[in-house]
Design a protein around this ligand. Structure first.
Ligand code: MEV
Length: 433
């Protein structure tokens, strides 16, 4: 029987497991065993993971893979990727290798600022509010000195603070709109602390100096970061666009550019196109302990910044040169948060040579661009299913609990046969008869 509970968070972990198994899993010992199986026997390590969130009952594993051979601005990287989707790491690796021998990826961070806002209501005289704001702004900045001291010393901090009048959109709605530089930190805590301090000081000062009250609605950073942009690019003469799946480089370049143009104008295609880019981005963001929900929200908002959802990548052929590029908003951190806590994140960052946030922006953008290159290359040549199903073969074999010998025989067989779910099942059955 399924039921509600009070005081769940106060139960011990084993009581929580018992409760969920009894009330939501029909008392299944198999389910309980699975939950227990994924708990790490290293108590300290497990406690660390337990304390990332509340009400932990087990761990949820994702594979951590490596896509090697990424040449980025003449440095070679092996990129760690945490992802469950078969073929993503393989596709990234293939794209990396393809571009390694064609000059590699060129990247540049174009901007690094982030935004936070204090949203408030004020129904008094607007001119008085503006005059009051001008007078109080230095006090607001001064009030956050305790929070910003270290960041200021390293060259970051609050870069700008302005009052925005939004009353044409919502009656009485204004905002304090702040611009931040948070250097190697993603900066969410820093930004939110500054904003809450602005709000507190602003309200207190308003009570002393304004006739009408200001009502703070909320103070929060924005995950929309159109001024935290990184560019990644590959290019080569058309005739170099050749490999075992590309017979005619001219035709390939033409179809590639057409595919990108379609994603630029057609939202149905753009969403899937960008999803493929996010396959690469999220995997590296996750492996390096960054907030992939924030990245997703910001990137998709950026993809719709001109009022219509569109492609995040672009391609052109000019004077016989094929160029493929992206500009992405990526607010990433390499210090603070999970980056200091999760042992695997530390290893992932070490693999990348302990990058700064700016370096990580470039690596992540490249992972996105590479993923998109691989997807468009497959889509416009062999079709996507050939590669997908080859990778999916292992998932099907695992579903059927194939032995190592069975796997080898069947993988060999499908080197020369088309993989479909049915064909694999038939091959397993035939082998087992
Ligand atoms: C699948 O995860 C991603 C693709 O659909 C992306 C695309 O269509 O460009 C292959």
């Amino acid at each position: 029987m399924q039921k509600s509970v009070s005081g769940f968070s106060k139960l011990s972990k084993s009581k929580k497991i018992d409760w969920i198994v009894t009330h939501y899993l029909s008392g299944s010992t198999a389910s309980k065993d699975t939950l227990l199986q994924y708990i790490n026997s290293d108590k300290k390590l497990q406690q660390l993971h337990d304390e990332f969130i509340e009400n932990t009952i087990s761990n949820y594993y994702l594979p951590l893979g490596i896509a090697p051979n990424f040449k980025i601005n003449n440095t070679i990287y092996a990129i760690p990727m945490a992802i469950e989707e078969s073929s993503v790491v393989a596709a990234a690796s293939k794209a990396a290798k393809f571009w390694m021998s064609r000059g590699g990826f060129k990247t540049k961070v174009l901007s690094t600022t982030k935004i936070g806002q204090v949203h408030f209501m004020f129904h008094g005289n607007s001119e008085k509010l503006h005059a009051f704001y001008t007078a109080v702004q230095p006090k607001l900045l001064e009030a956050t000195r305790g929070i910003t001291k270290n960041m200021d010393a390293r060259g970051g901090g609050v870069l700008d603070l302005v009052l925005n009048d939004k009353t044409t959109e919502i009656k009485g709605y204004y905002q304090l709109h702040a611009t931040f530089e948070t250097l190697d930190a993603m900066g969410a805590n820093f930004i939110n602390s500054c904003l809450e301090q602005f709000a507190k000081t602003f309200k207190a000062e308003a009570e002393k100096h304004l006739d009408s009250p200001i009502e703070i609605v909320m103070s929060i950073l924005s995950n929309y970061v159109p001024n935290c942009i990184v560019r990644a690019e590959v290019s080569c003469p058309i005739e170099e666009l050749i490999d075992k799946n590309i017979e005619d480089p001219e035709l390939f370049a033409k179809k590639f550019v057409q595919a990108i143009s379609i994603a630029e104008v057609e939202p149905y295609r753009a969403v899937t196109h960008n999803k493929g880019i996010m396959n690469g981005i999220d995997a590296v963001v996750l492996a390096t302990g960054n907030d992939f929900r924030a990245i997703e929200a910001g990137v998709h908002a950026y993809a719709a910044r001109n009022g219509k959802y569109s492609s995040l990548t672009h391609a052109k052929v000019e004077n016989g040169i094929f160029t493929f590029w992206t500009e992405l908003p990526l607010a990433l951190g390499t210090v603070g948060g999970l980056t200091n806590l999760h042992p695997l994140v530390k290893v992932a960052l070490d693999i990348l040579g302990k990058p700064s946030a700016k370096e990580l922006m470039q690596i992540v953008a490249v992972a996105g661009l590479a993923q998109n290159f691989a997807a468009i290359k497959s889509l416009t040549t062999t079709g996507i299913q050939e590669g997908h199903m080859k990778m999916h073969l292992m998932n099907i074999l695992n579903q059927f609990e194939a032995t190592a010998n069975e796997k080898k025989t069947i993988v060999d067989y499908f080197k020369t046969h088309t993989v479909t779910h049915r064909a694999v099942v038939e091959a397993i059955n035939a082998l087992r008869q």
